[in-house]
Write a protein that binds this ligand. Structure first.
Ligand SMILES: Cc1cc2nc3c(=O)[nH]c(=O)nc-3n(C[C@H](O)[C@H](O)[C@H](O)COP(=O)(O)O)c2cc1C
Length: 331
């Protein structure tokens, strides 16, 4: 399904976080932003339980599958699978720094092997007609950032790939945990802007440390897209104004209550398929962040969603507790 520049605002691939339930939930908040799956390795896609690993609800469109791997043949096969499952885009992870990923020779360590990445994405492009994109860092370890980023993008763009998402910090592959690698190396947004200035023919998206739509809008003055990671997950209501601000959607954003109400039939349906309530509510904990009722919402869901027999009524009760608190706060 082709969509107009949905990549203008997207929510990042995040392991353990952006699973199908999370994406369905986020889609109730913004109809247009582009959503990414968690990274799935080529081995898992080829040999694993595909429905569990890459299955998704049609309501999630526009949705991109992120792959982890470095074997051109396997990546081409997975890209083909992604296309046949209905994904709108397939993305290669060149940013993940975890040990497990390095031993498989993929993720951020591939920043040091632009020619291999070019062969990978070249094979993926030959295999499919959906867009093939790359998410990278600005460099790794002792690489000098600008030459590393520019050299990497130039080499990969030779294959005809045109869309790059750049997490604007280095990854330090030894010594820092994946979490530290998202916080400690300094953000260099300026390098992503420089990349766009020098390669205006490419579609360049920026990622890393963007926490407000005002900041996103500023980047969009010159860049083609903004990818929100943690902010989009931990404070998902930030997405409620995305459609109006960036996609020409109607004024009057959806309310938090409407989002919860939209989730109820989904929760019922998924529970009937055997999905535990908690697998869905865990992604909804941040919905009332920074408004009255945030704490009672979070607490009621956390304390009750895992109980045997827990159903959608747990969510309804949490919502009524929030309403009560909001009324009290307004009085
Ligand atoms: C829990 C978590 C899991 C992540 N998993 C992935 C992943 O699977 N693939 C990937 O490319 N990046 C992954 N990332 C990195 C994010 O996509 C993003 O690049 C990073 O969080 C910086 O953006 P932010 O500052 O807006 O959060 C993950 C980040 C978090 C917090």
């Amino acid at each position: 399904m082709a969509h107009f520049q949905s990549y203008k605002v997207c929510v990042a691939p995040m392991m353990e976080w952006t699973d199908r339930h999370c994406r369905f939930f986020l889609r109730q908040i913004s109809r247009h932003c582009l959503l990414y799956t968690e990274m799935v390795t080529t081995g898992a896609v080829i040999h694993g339980d595909r429905d569990r690993l890459i299955g998704f609800d049609p309501a999630e469109h526009t949705v991109a599958l992120q792959l982890g791997g470095s074997d051109p043949g396997a990546l081409a096969e997975c890209a083909r699978i992604a296309e046949s499952w209905g994904y709108d885009e397939v993305n290669l992870n060149v940013g993940c720094p975890s040990d497990r990923v390095q031993s498989g020779r993929f993720g951020a360590c591939l920043m040091a092997e632009p020619d291999l990445v070019a062969r990978c994405v070249g094979a993926m492009q030959d295999a499919v007609s959906i867009p093939v994109t790359v998410k990278s860092r600005i460099g790794i370890d002792d690489q000098e950032e600008w030459p590393a980023l520019k050299g990497f993008v130039d080499a990969v763009a030779e294959t005809g790939v045109t869309r790059f998402i750049v997490h604007a910090r280095k990854a330090l592959l030894s010594g820092l945990s994946p979490k530290e690698n998202r916080d400690i190396p300094p953000l260099r947004h300026d390098l992503v802007h420089r990349l766009k200035a020098e390669r205006s023919d490419l579609t360049i998206l920026i990622n890393g440390g963007i926490t407000t739509l005002d900041a996103a809008e500023e980047h969009l003055d010159t860049l083609d897209g903004v990818m929100l990671g943690r902010a989009g997950y931990q404070n998902p209501f930030i997405l409620a104004d995305v459609d109006r601000r960036f996609f020409g959607g109607p004024a009057g954003a959806v309310t938090r209550e409407q989002i919860v109400e939209r989730m109820l039939p989904y929760i019922e349906r998924e529970m009937a398929r055997g999905v535990p309530l908690k697998a869905m509510t865990r992604h909804m904990l941040g919905l009332f962040q920074a408004v009255p009722g945030a704490k009672v919402w979070r607490r009621h869901l956390s304390e009750n969603a895992h109980r045997p027999g827990a159903g959608p009524d747990v969510v309804e009760t949490a919502l009524s507790l929030v309403r009560r608190q909001a009324t009290a706060a307004a009085a």
